[in-house]
Design a protein around this ligand. Structure first.
Ligand code: CP
Length: 309
C-alpha cells in the first residue's frame, strides 16, 4: 500500500511504489475502456482542484478521475478566488481544510508550492505541476503508456527532446524512469538543457541522431514560449529544422518505437505534424492513461488516509 499522505514528486518514489501505482492504473484503465466509469471508492469525499496556472488535460482529467471514483469535486481558478485579493497559499489551504476537503490538487507557478501546502493542511495534496520542478502524475501516465506497450520499463531507451530546461515533465520522467531501470537520453539546444542534468542520471546526447538511435520511446516536449524571454534559440523555424523530430528523424528510432508528448503541442516545432499523427504516436492514449493514473493515486491515498484516520 502507498504509505504517503501526499504525492508531491517522483524524486523520492521507490520502484515498489511506482509499480503499485502503474499496475492499479492499468487495471482501472481497462475498466474504463470496458465502459465502467462509475466506482464508489471516494463516495462521501471531497476533492478540490486548485489551479494557479492554465491547464486543459491535467485539470479535466483530475476532475474526471475524482468524479469517476464518486467524490464531490470543487474547481478553484486562482484568478476568480480570494487569491486575487492577496490571500496567501497557506491561508487558502486552511480554508479548504476547515471545509473538510480530503484532497487538494494544486498547480502553481512556483516550485515547492505543493510541498508548503502539504505541510500545513490535513488534506492529501497532489502536485499537478509546480513551476519548473515536477509534474509527477504526467510522468506516471507516460510510464503507464510505455509499460502497456513494452510490458516493462526496465532497459527501455527513452529519448526526450525539446525544452528540457523549463520542463517539470522531463524531471519527473527522469526520476521515475531511472528508478524503474530505463535509460533516459536528452537532446536540446545547449541553452535548453540544465547543466547538471547528467548528474541526475540523464545521458545528454550530442545530436538528434545519437538521442534517437534505437530509442524505444521518443518524447517531444513543448517549447515553452512563455518562458523564452531570454531568447534561447533564434527562431521556431530553425528550432524545428535543427532540433525537432520529423519522420526522417523518427526512422533512427527502434522500428517499434512509440511517440509521446505531454501536450499541449506546438505542431510543427518540437514534432512535425506527420510524427504527431503517426501510427506510432500514443499522444491520445496518454490522455486516457492520465485519467487512470490519477484515479489510482486518489484511491491509494484514500486507502492510506482511512488506515491512518
Ligand atoms: N500535460 C499537461 O500538463 O497539460 P495541461 O497543461 O493541459 O494540463
Amino acid at each position: 500500500m502507498l504509505k504517503r499522505k501526499d504525492v508531491l514528486g517522483l524524486i523520492d518514489a521507490s520502484e515498489e511504489e511506482i509499480s503499485e501505482i502503474l499496475n492499479l492504473a492499468a487495471q482501472i484503465k481497462r475498466r474504463i475502456q470496458n465502459g465502467e466509469k462509475k466506482m464508489d471508492d471516494l463516495a462521501g469525499k471531497t476533492a478540490t482542484v486548485l489551479f494557479y496556472e492554465n491547464s486543459t488535460r491535467t485539470r479535466t482529467s483530475f476532475e474526471q478521475a475524482a468524479k469517476y471514483l464518486g467524490a464531490t469535486t470543487i474547481n478553484i481558478v486562482a484568478g476568480n478566488s480570494s487569491v486575487a485579493k492577496g490571500e496567501t497559499l497557506v491561508d487558502t489551504g486552511k480554508t479548504l481544510d476547515a471545509q473538510r476537503n480530503d484532497f487538494i490538487i494544486i498547480r502553481h507557478p512556483m516550485g515547492g508550492a505543493p510541498h508548503l501546502l502539504a505541510k500545513t493542511v490535513k488534506a492529501s495534496v497532489l502536485n499537478a505541476g509546480d513551476g519548473m520542478n515536477e509534474h509527477p502524475t504526467q510522468a506516471l501516465l507516460d510510464m503507464l503508456t510505455m509499460q502497456e506497450t513494452f510490458g516493462s520499463l526496465k532497459g527501455l531507451k527513452v529519448a526526450i527532446l525539446g525544452d528540457i530546461k523549463h520542463s517539470r515533465v522531463a524531471k519527473s520522467n527522469l526520476f521515475g524512469l531511472k528508478t524503474m531501470g530505463a535509460e533516459v537520453r536528452m537532446y536540446a539546444p545547449e541553452t535548453l538543457i540544465p547543466r547538471s542534468i547528467d548528474k541526475l542520471g540523464a545521458k545528454v546526447c550530442g545530436s538528434r541522431e545519437e538521442a534517437l538511435d534505437g530509442a524505444d520511446v521518443v518524447m517531444g516536449l513543448r517549447i515553452q514560449l512563455e518562458r523564452q524571454q531570454a531568447g534561447n534559440f533564434p527562431s521556431l523555424g530553425e528550432y524545428a529544422a535543427f532540433y525537432g523530430v520529423d519522420e526522417k528523424m523518427l526512422s533512427y528510432a527502434n522500428p517499434n518505437a512509440i511517440v509521446l508528448h505531454p501536450g499541449p503541442v506546438n505542431r510543427g516545432v518540437e514534432l512535425s505534424s506527420g510524427v504527431i499523427d503517426h501510427e506510432r504516436s500514443r499522444i491520445e492514449d496518454q490522455v486516457l492513461s492520465g485519467v487512470a493514473v490519477r484515479m489510482a493515486l486518489l484511491k491509494l491515498l484514500n486507502e492510506y488516509r482511512e488506515a491512518n484516520a
